[in-house]
Design a protein around this ligand. Structure first.
Ligand code: SAH
Ligand code: SF4
Ligand code: F3S
Length: 472
C-alpha cells in the first residue's frame, strides 16, 4: 500500500484546520507516557498541531486541546491516565476544551470501554496505527461536533513525511522500525504496536542527513528490536532497496557513522538473541557509535527466561557480554530487569542478582512484573505475591545502587568527552551534558558551549550525576 497518498490527504486536513483556526491563537498541551518511541510519536503529533496553528503550553488550564499519548506496558500508566482525566472533567465543563487520547493503551478494548463509560467527555480516542490521521480526527471532532473513536487492529504500515516538532535541537530520535514479533510472554507491546516492519534505508539515511544539516549532533535509532532491522523483510522476501550500502542494522550503523555533522549515535533497544557479530564489529569500528549498549536482560535465570520466551539462557547472555567486552574497547552496558515474573522462585531470582554482580551494569532499569491482559504471562497460574515482588525489587535496587556508587568513583579524575545539552534544570548557572556512557555531567561554562562536544575533567561524583570542570 502506498501510504504517501494517505499522508497527503492529512496535509489537506491540516490546511483546512489552519484556516478554521486562523487568528484564534489556540494552544495545546501534551502528556507523553512510556518509551522513547512514544516520545518520537508525540513529536509528530506536536508537528501536526503546530502546522495546524496551535502552540504548545505546559499549563493545562489555558489549553484548547489536552492530548495524551499513552503507554500500557505496566499498570501504573493506567492509574496515571485515569487520575488526569478525573482532574480534567471540571475544566472540560467550564471551558469545553478538546480532550484527545492516543497511543498504546487505546489499542486495549477494556480501556477504551472504560473511558467511554466512565469518562464520556473524552472527544477523540485514537490508536497507534491511526496516529497519522490525527488531523482528520481532529477536524471531524471540531466540524461535526461528535465523539471520534479511531482505533484499528492491524499489522501496521509505515507513514513517511509527517510533520515533526522535535523537543531538542541537539539530540534527535529516529524511529527505524515499528512493531514487535517477539511476543515475550509478559509483554503487551506486540499486541498494541502490531507486527515488525522496517523503514526503508533511504528514508532513514535522508532523515539523518537533514538532521545533520539542521545542526543535530546526536541521533538515537529507535525500535522495539533494532538489531533485527530489515530481518522480517528478508524473511518475507520483500525487496529491500539498498541505499548507501544499507541492508542490515550493522550496515545502517556504518552508513550513519559516515554522515558529517553527526557526532554520536545511540540505539534502543537491541535484543540479545539478535546480537550478531556484524553488529558487534560495527559498534567497535564506528567511532561515533556510543560504547554504552543497552542489552535487556529481563531475568538472569535460564528457566525464567524460557518462560518469558526470551530465547537465550543465562550462559548465552554472559557469553555475549564477554564477547562484546573483548571486541569493543571501553564498552559499558545498561539493562532492563523484571522481578517477580510468574513462578520465579527465590533461587531463580538469585541468578538475576548473580548476573548483575558479574556484568556490573552502568545503569539498570528495574521493573516489578505487572500483569497485562491478553498476554500469556497473565494466564500463568503461579503469580507472585506483591509483597515478595517488592522485597525482590528492593534487594535488586540495593545491589544496583551500590554498584553505581562504586562505578561512579571510577570517573573521578578522568577526562570525559561530553555533549553539552543546555543549562542545568536545578541551577541555571551551570551547564549539563552527557558522557558517551550517558552519565549526566554538570559543570560551569560559557553558554556558547551548548550543542558542542567538550572535554571535562570529572571532579566529584554524586549518585545520579557527576561534576566536571572544563579541561584546558
Ligand atoms: N523492546 C524492548 C523493551 C520494551 S518495554 C526490549 O525488548 O527490551 C521496556 C521494558 O519494560 C522491558 O524491557 C521490560 O523490562 C519492561 N516490561 C515489559 N513488560 C512488562 C511487564 N508486564 N511488567 C513489568 N515490566 C515490563
Ligand atoms: Fe516486548 Fe519482548 Fe517485543 Fe521487547 S522484544 S517489545 S519486551 S515483546
Ligand atoms: Fe509503552 Fe507503547 Fe512504548 S506500551 S513502552 S509506549 S511501545
Amino acid at each position: 500500500m502506498d501510504t504517501r497518498n494517505e499522508v497527503k490527504v492529512q496535509e489537506e486536513y491540516i490546511a483546512k484546520l489552519r484556516k478554521l483556526n486562523e487568528g484564534k491563537n489556540l494552544k495545546y498541551n501534551i502528556l507523553t507516557m512510556g518509551c522513547q518511541l512514544n516520545e518520537n510519536d508525540s513529536e509528530k503529533l506536536c508537528g501536526m498541531l503546530e502546522e495546524i496553528g496551535y502552540s504548545k503550553t505546559d499549563n493545562v488550564k489555558e489549553t484548547d486541546i489536552a492530548l495524551f499519548n499513552t503507554c500500557c506496558v505496566r499498570e501504573n500508566a493506567e492509574d496515571k491516565l485515569f487520575g488526569k482525566l478525573g482532574e480534567l472533567k471540571r475544566l472540560k465543563e467550564e471551558k469545553g476544551l478538546i480532550i484527545a487520547i492516543g497511543g498504546c493503551m487505546m489499542q486495549e478494548k477494556h480501556i477504551t470501554d472504560k473511558i467511554k463509560e466512565s469518562y464520556p467527555f473524552v472527544d477523540i480516542i485514537f490508536g497507534t496505527h491511526t496516529l497519522y490521521k490525527f488531523p482528520e480526527d481532529l477536524y471531524r471532532a471540531i466540524e461535526e461536533k461528535r465523539k471520534i473513536e479511531d482505533v484499528i487492529d492491524v499489522d501496521g504500515e509505515i507513514y513517511e513525511g509527517l510533520p515533526i516538532k522535535r523537543d531538542s535541537k541537539i539530540k534527535a530520535s529516529v524511529t527505524i522500525m515499528n512493531g514487535c514479533n517477539n511476543f515475550c510472554t509478559y509483554c503487551i507491546v506486540p499486541y498494541v504496536r502490531g507486527r515488525e516492519r522496517s523503514r526503508s534505508p533511504k528514508d532513514i539515511i535522508e532523515e539523518v542527513k537533514s538532521l545533520a544539516k539542521e545542526g543535530y549532533k546526536e541521533i538515537t535509532l529507535l525500535g522495539q528490536n533494532v538489531n533485527s532491522y530489515l530481518r522480517v523483510e528478508k524473511e518475507k522476501n520483500i525487496p529491500i532497496e539498498e541505499y548507501e550500502g544499507v541492508n542490515s542494522f550493522a550496515t545502517l550503523l556504518r552508513a550513519i557513522n559516515k554522515i558529517d555533522g553527526i557526532e554520536r549515535i545511540r540505539f534502543v533497544s537491541p535484543h540479545p538473541k539478535d546480537f550478531t557479530d556484524d553488529v558487534i564489529d560495527a559498534i567497535a569500528g564506528c567511532k561515533k557509535v556510543c560504547k554504552l549498549i543497552h542489552l535487556p536482560l529481563q531475568s538472569g535465570n535460564t528457566k525464567v527466561l524460557k518462560e518469558m520466551n526470551r530465547k537465550y539462557s543465562k550462559e548465552q547472555y554472559l557469553n555475549l557480554v564477554d564477547k562484546m567486552k573483548k571486541k569493543i574497547p571501553n564498552l559499558t552496558l545498561s539493562t532492563d530487569i523484571i522481578v517477580g515474573f510468574p513462578g520465579e522462585t527465590d533461587e531463580e531470582f538469585e541468578d538475576t542478582l548473580d548476573v548483575v554482580r558479574k556484568v556490573k551494569f552502568e545503569q539498570v532499569y528495574m521493573f516489578i512484573y505487572s500483569r497485562r491482559v491478553g498476554t500469556p504471562g497473565d494466564k500463568m497460574p503461579n503469580q507472585i505475591l506483591e509483597e515478595i515482588k517488592h522485597k525482590r525489587f528492593d534487594r535488586l535496587k540495593e545491589l544496583v545502587e551500590s554498584q553505581i556508587e562504586e562505578n561512579n568513583q571510577k570517573y573521578v579524575e578522568t577526562v570525559q568527552k561530553v555533549l553539552v545539552e543546555g543549562e542545568s534544570k536545578n541551577n541555571p548557572n551551570m551547564l549539563t551534558g552527557r558522557t558517551d556512557s550517558n552519565k549526566v555531567v554538570i559543570f560551569e561554562g560559557d553558554k556558547k558551549l551548548i550543542g558542542e562536544m567538550v572535554s571535562l575533567k570529572i571532579v566529584s561524583e554524586h549518585m545520579w550525576y557527576l561534576k566536571g570542570e572544563v579541561n584546558e
